[in-house]
Design a protein around this ligand. Structure first.
Ligand code: URA
Length: 429
């Protein structure tokens, strides 16, 4: 095979053959295709796209570049969720134990945050003692004992994606729907789940800023999943405004525990329950029938909270230990009376990141206590001089730049201007 011929074929709008795709992914992973050649091919794909058969094969080739976990021998059906990433998106934390409490098993391989979106592992690592790195045997033990496991994906899963994602990151080729879909799905298929629910975020805090592109990404991923025998559905959900009232690692863990205790913000509860029901249905379990508990009931009756404690303990954590708090706080006051009609997810995420909750480079440490507390959500009344945000940071010199990110992040208007937008935008199956 000739890599230059493959690049030219895609550059000129052609369709890649299965043999070409298998060869180029394999040769790139082995280091036989140069970085600059793969960069040219990624840009050609970015500009020309790939059809369903090409994306499916590209995913398959990346999946085959590494290990594939197998949980098919577990007594419970397996089901997982993947979110394309957002601000205040702590849903994995209440969702995994809730679904476990309803009778399915959740093998959840998660990542760390980069940029303005937080990572599930960073959040959980704020719990004293909790370990993200587990061997395959440990993963199997935890999921068998507790019905769920949340851990770091080992380097053996989809190594082609690891290499290609790093290249896309520095060549302006991340925002390509076929490449994003293949990247996410190769990792999710490698994790060995039988069913998958995708939470595709739409809005300023998400990869996909508009519903049409989010729908196209969702359709592409759902097709890949189903083509590979994994029952896959997607929900399109709002990320124009942050989820919940807490943005930051330990702050979000505390909010997740509130939800697991039967309280918490309405949007976090709504999304947790909606995704949990979809995850159960995708495995063939019907919530509320034949002894299968409904997720809303599991949050109310304490069984989801018990599953959370079991899961945290099984990975070395102490679910009852106090969570880390930032050394310093600054309160930002509302500048006017009225109703909060807009609160921009991206800018709140940026503020949390500037406070130390996120990292600029992969090797940076995060501050567990840093972040932003939102005292008002869109649709709520605010009064001049009352707290709008509390900023949390370990170093007070971080406050000014975080406050700057929040300056244009909200509108306070007359109540008549307010129009509620749905959290659940669409469903793709
Ligand atoms: N997340 C991924 O895992 N891959 C992408 O390409 C984009 C987001």
């Amino acid at each position: 095979m000739d890599v230059i011929e493959i690049i030219r074929a895609k550059r000129d709008g052609g369709k890649l053959t299965p043999e070409q795709i298998d060869w180029v992914i394999g040769a790139y992973t082995r280091g036989e295709v140069a970085e600059e050649q793969m960069a040219a091919l990624a840009m050609a794909i970015f500009l020309r796209g790939m059809d369903r058969a090409e994306v499916s094969r590209w995913t398959e080739a990346m999946l085959s570049s590494g290990d594939r976990l197998d949980f098919s021998d577990l007594a419970r059906p397996t089901t997982d969720k993947h979110s394309t990433g957002g601000v205040g998106d702590k849903i994995t934390l209440p969702l995994t134990p809730t679904v476990a409490a309803c009778g399915a098993a959740v093998p959840q391989l998660s990542g760390r945050g980069l940029g303005h979106t937080g990572g599930t592992l960073d959040k959980l690592e704020s719990i004293p003692g909790w370990r993200a790195s587990l061997s395959t045997e440990e993963m199997r033990q935890v999921i068998t004992d507790t019905g769920g496991v949340i851990c770091a994906a080992g380097s053996g899963l989809a190594p082609a994606d690891r290499k290609l994602y790093a290249l896309r990151d520095v060549t302006g080729t991340v925002e390509s729907i076929p490449l994003i879909a293949a990247s996410i799905m190769s990792k999710k298929l490698a994790e060995g789940t039988a069913a998958l629910v995708l939470d595709v975020k739409v809005g300023s805090g998400a990869f996909m800023k508009d519903a049409d592109s989010a729908r196209e990404l969702a359709r592409t991923m759902v097709d890949i999943g189903n083509d590979h025998g994994v029952r896959t559905v997607a929900l399109l959900t709002d990320m124009a405004t942050p989820l919940g009232r807490q943005v930051g690692n330990a702050l979000e863990v505390a909010e997740a525990v509130e939800v697991l205790s039967g309280g918490g913000p309405a949007d976090v509860v709504e999304l947790t329950v909606a995704l949990a029901r979809e995850m159960l249905i995708a495995t063939g379990l019907t919530p509320g029938e034949n002894g299968v508990k409904d997720p809303a009931e599991a949050l109310r009756d304490g069984s989801a909270l018990q599953a959370w404690k079991d899961l945290i303990r099984a990975q070395g954590g102490d679910p009852d230990a106090p969570l880390p708090e930032a050394a310093e706080r600054r309160v930002v006051l509302a500048p006017a009376d009225g109703v909060l009609t807009r609160l921009d997810a991206y800018q709140v995420g940026l503020a949390a990141w500037r406070l130390g909750a996120g990292r600029a480079r992969k090797e940076d440490a995060v501050s567990f206590g840093a972040g932003v507390t939102l005292h008002a959500k869109p649709g709520e009344a605010v009064k001049t001089g009352e707290p709008l945000f509390t900023l949390h940071a370990d170093e007070p010199e971080r406050f000014d730049r975080a406050a700057l990110a929040l300056e244009g992040a909200f509108d306070i208007e007359d109540a008549a201007v307010w129009k509620a937008e749905p959290l659940l935008i669409d469903r793709v199956s």
